[in-house]
Design a protein around this ligand. Structure first.
Ligand code: MLT
Length: 267
């Protein structure tokens, strides 16, 4: 489905009934990375997937957007679907957008799932790496970025044995526009530090991380869990950074088990 906001298209889909559950994708993928979750979750919840600006079916009209703008897009989609509050699940970059959304609209959260992500802003070195990667995407195209990301993000065993996961990840990345990839790198480089925000999160929160995630390691996830009141942590074995694609059964079971009691409560 396409929502038009001020002449800009936002790609999104929804399926199922009940508790609205919003899935926010990682960099530099799009809402297709959630195919396994849409199938599994839509038996229990109303699953909503949204493409961030410049990815999938969502337009990039300005190259200099912020993750706050991306969070406003999520709110616009929720408004269009008449959803006041939802469980928000963000993986990696999706987690940064989830925290930006919490900063703007804390009342729209019935629950939060932060997967393979971090609350801290980038170091100067990290920002410099992002600006270089943005230029590389613009100069050399999405396939080069796919090469880098597949190697960095997936666990060794996934790389060696799960050719389907490697292929799907690569196909999604390669189908995305270099301009969208570059703009997202720059938006992430400029994101605010959300560490101080974590203590203010009062909704039920689950932190998920792949045991072999080197991009946002278990230590980061453990620190977020410790700062968010009442949060729980689930470490998924046999997964790197893309827990939902690498170990979908475990990922889905953890999320469904966490959200089921919330789905039974009145908004
Ligand atoms: C992602 O998977 O979204 C990226 O690893 C996020 C990042 O580059 O920090």
């Amino acid at each position: 489905m396409i929502l038009e906001v001020e002449g800009r298209k936002i790609g999104h889909d929804w399926r199922g009934d009940g508790l609205p559950v919003v899935l926010l994708h990682a960099f530099p993928l799009d809402r297709r990375m959630w195919d396994d979750q849409v199938l599994a979750f839509s038996d229990h919840f109303r699953v909503i997937t949204i493409d961030q600006r410049g990815f999938g079916d969502s337009h990039l009209t300005r190259p200099d957007y912020t993750l706050g703008d991306a969070a406003h897009d999520v709110a616009s989609v929720l408004d269009s679907l008449d959803v006041k509050a939802a469980a928000i699940l963000g993986l990696s970059m999706g987690g940064y957008v989830a925290l930006a959304l919490f900063r703007l609209y804390p009342d729209r959260f019935r629950a939060l799932v932060l997967a393979d992500t971090r609350a801290a802003a980038d170091t100067d070195e990290g920002r410099a790496r992002r600006f270089a990667s943005a230029e590389r995407a613009e100069r050399e195209g999405a396939a080069i970025i796919a090469d880098d990301m597949v190697k960095l993000a997936l666990a060794e065993d996934t790389l060696a044995r799960r050719k389907d996961v490697v292929r799907t990840m690569r196909e999604i990345i390669e189908s995305n526009q270099p301009a969208g990839i570059a703009a997202a790198q720059r938006a992430m480089a400029d994101r605010e530090d959300s560490t101080g925000l974590l203590a203010e999160i009062k909704c039920p929160t689950l932190v998920i991380v792949g045991a072999e995630d080197t991009l946002s390691p278990v230590s980061e996830a453990e620190q977020m869990r410790a700062r968010i009141p009442g949060a729980t942590l689930r470490v998924i074995e046999g997964a790197g950074h893309m827990t939902n694609m690498e170990q979908p059964a475990e990922f889905n079971e953890a999320v469904i088990e966490f959200l089921n009691p919330i789905a039974g409560t009145v908004e």
